[in-house]
Design a protein around this ligand. Structure first.
Ligand SMILES: Nc1ncnc2c1ncn2[C@@H]1O[C@H](COP(=O)(O)OP(=O)(O)OP(=O)(O)O)[C@@H](O)[C@H]1O
Ligand SMILES: Cc1cn([C@H]2C[C@H](O)[C@@H](COP(=O)(O)O)O2)c(=O)[nH]c1=O
Length: 215
């Protein structure tokens, strides 16, 4: 007899803008719901009324890298305490479009902000009452070269403050994701997102089956 997992799954979707995260997140939600799982779809920055207001500022207002990093973590703390933790405790599968790996990639590697300070903020924001640093159970890193991502986004929308950054910025962000993946190879799975959509989706499904997320 199988026993239900005591906590839900926390699965994050990462990659540079235009990699395909927001395309695959609802597809995975649908596949999980079809198997009877309760799923919460959310995003960062955002996911609560306060964090969505911070998102508006982050995506539009000019600010320095320290202010940007602090606001990302402020939004995350609210999201974590009000939404993610309670949903996991209730046994739901939380699918989150970006999380802390994005802060290391964008603010750390993209902007050059101190990685040690980001690690300290990560500990403050994601440490449970039992003193354990919580990380996602699984992170799907959709990896594409910046030129491919830029071409995809140019076809769909006007750029926000991050998307307007030059290609060199996204090269650094991509290298940041690669470094983060190398430091947590069990958690972060690289998906070659340059391939056609059905192939990318097939790999998402296959990774989720291998991890026991999908039956
Ligand atoms: N494998 C793919 N092949 C071709 N087009 C794709 C692929 N994946 C996504 N796209 C298209 O690229 C565009 C951007 O995709 P999507 O919004 O999913 O990216 P994203 O990673 O969520 O970007 P952002 O972080 O900026 O929101 C969409 O028009 C989507 O249809
Ligand atoms: C969580 C997080 C996000 N960002 C940046 C990355 C994106 O450009 C935007 C969010 O837009 P999206 O269309 O929802 O992907 O925010 C960041 O720089 N740091 C972070 O921690």
């Amino acid at each position: 007899m199988t026993h239900p997992r005591p906590r839900g799954w926390f699965i994050t979707f990462e990659g540079i803008d235009g990699a395909g995260k927001s395309t695959h997140l609802p597809a995975l939600a649908q596949a999980l719901q079809a198997q009877g799982r309760a799923v919460l779809q959310t995003r960062e920055p955002g996911g609560t009324p306060l964090a969505e207001r911070l998102r508006e500022l982050l995506l539009r207002e000019p600010m320095d890298p320290l202010c940007e990093a602090l606001l990302m973590f402020a939004a995350r703390r609210d999201h974590w305490r009000r939404v993610i933790e309670p949903a996991l405790a209730a046994g739901q599968v939380v699918l989150c479009d970006r999380f802390t790996d994005a802060t290391f990639a964008y603010q750390g590697h993209g902007r050059g902000f101190d990685l040690g300070v980001l690690q300290a903020l990560e500990r403050w924001v994601q440490t449970d009452t039992d003193g354990r640093l919580r990380q996602p159970d699984l992170t799907l890193w959709f990896d594409v070269p910046p030129a491919v991502a830029a071409q995809r986004l140019a076809a769909v929308r006007a750029p926000d403050r991050f998307e307007a950054e030059p290609q060199a910025f996204f090269e650094r962000v991509r290298a940041g994701y690669a470094a983060r993946a190398a430091s947590a190879p069990e958690r972060i799975v690289r998906i070659d997102a340059t391939r056609p959509l059905p192939q990318v989706w097939a790999e998402v499904e296959s990774v989720c089956r291998a991890r026991g997320v999908l039956a």
